[in-house]
Write a protein that binds this ligand. Structure first.
Ligand code: IPE
Ligand code: IPE
Ligand code: MG
Length: 253
């Protein structure tokens, strides 16, 4: 089924920027919101595929801190859509042993109360699951996440429990939204856009990026497998030197 993937070394954490819903809808003469609706089966096919391949953590960007700038109708649709989606899908995720997490600013007063309740309910329902972790990045911004971490750290310094000189990268990582989540190995962005759009700025420092022109509603477990195969062909160096066998010896002439 996943012939192009080496199932013995799948990335532990795959993070996805699900982009292109609006263009998918426009190309069919539909409203942008119908593109978002068409993105739901794509996401759930990808969740199933990730689980089958043995991916442990999957993060999906569902709404950015910048997406509030869209027109009120689209924003309202997306809020209602997220409520409905959690209502309809959480039991199925739970039955599959998937733990649901949310990262982002759920306490923002613009987030409807019923959505905040559903988020807390889905997290509580699935808290003991560990087959796979599904992280929804909702009202998420990488800069907001770092600011949030700085605020938490500043409170500890002000409270006298942390000395400024002891703050290091580990301190910052421990104060992110989901400190136990490993950094993403692979970040995928659909729709051909070549930017991060404020996604996982701290965590993706050494992630491999795969950009695909496929619009999100056309993405599925097989396109995910293709992206993982591309990732597996990469050589991650984390700042180290190219392996000696990859380079020719210097000439002395
Ligand atoms: C991604 O699709 C979904 C969200 C940002 C909520 P877009 O809505 O950004 O689709 P395009 O980029 O306009 O095609
Ligand atoms: C990023 O896509 C956010 C989500 C997929 C939720 P956008 O469509 O909002 O990003 P830009 O505006 O093209 O950078
Ligand atoms: Mg977009």
């Amino acid at each position: 089924m996943y012939d192009n993937v080496d199932l013995t070394r799948v990335p532990q954490h795959v993070a996805i920027i699900m982009d292109g819903n609006g263009r998918w809808a426009n190309a069919r003469g539909l409203h942008r919101t119908q593109g978002h609706a068409a993105g739901e089966p794509a996401l759930f096919d990808v969740i199933a595929g990730a689980r089958e391949m043995g991916v442990k953590w999957l993060t999906a960007y569902t709404f950015s801190t910048e997406n509030w700038s869209r027109d009120a109708f689209e924003v309202e649709f997306l809020m209602k859509f997220n409520v409905d989606l959690l209502e309809r899908r959480r039991d199925e995720l739970h039955a599959d042993g998937i733990r649901i997490h949310f990262i982002g600013d759920r306490d923002d007063p613009r987030v409807p109360d019923d959505l905040r309740d559903r988020i807390a309910g889905a997290e509580a329902l699935t808290v003991n699951n560990d087959v796979m972790h599904m992280v929804f990045a909702f009202n998420y911004g990488g800069r907001a996440e770092v600011v949030h971490a700085i605020n938490k750290i500043a409170e500890k310094v002000a409270g006298g429990t942390l000395a400024p000189g002891d703050i290091d990268a580990v301190t910052v990582a421990h104060n992110l939204y989901l400190p136990d989540c490993p950094d993403p190995d692979l970040v995928i962005r659909t729709s051909g856009e070549l930017r991060t759009s404020n996604y996982l700025l701290w965590e993706a420092a050494y992630s491999e990026y795969v950009f695909t022109p496929v619009l999100w509603p056309d993405f599925d477990r097989h396109t995910l497998a293709d992206c993982i195969a591309e990732y597996q062909a990469r050589h991650r160096r984390f700042g180290g030197a190219v392996d000696a066998s990859d380079q020719s010896a210097p000439t002395t002439e």
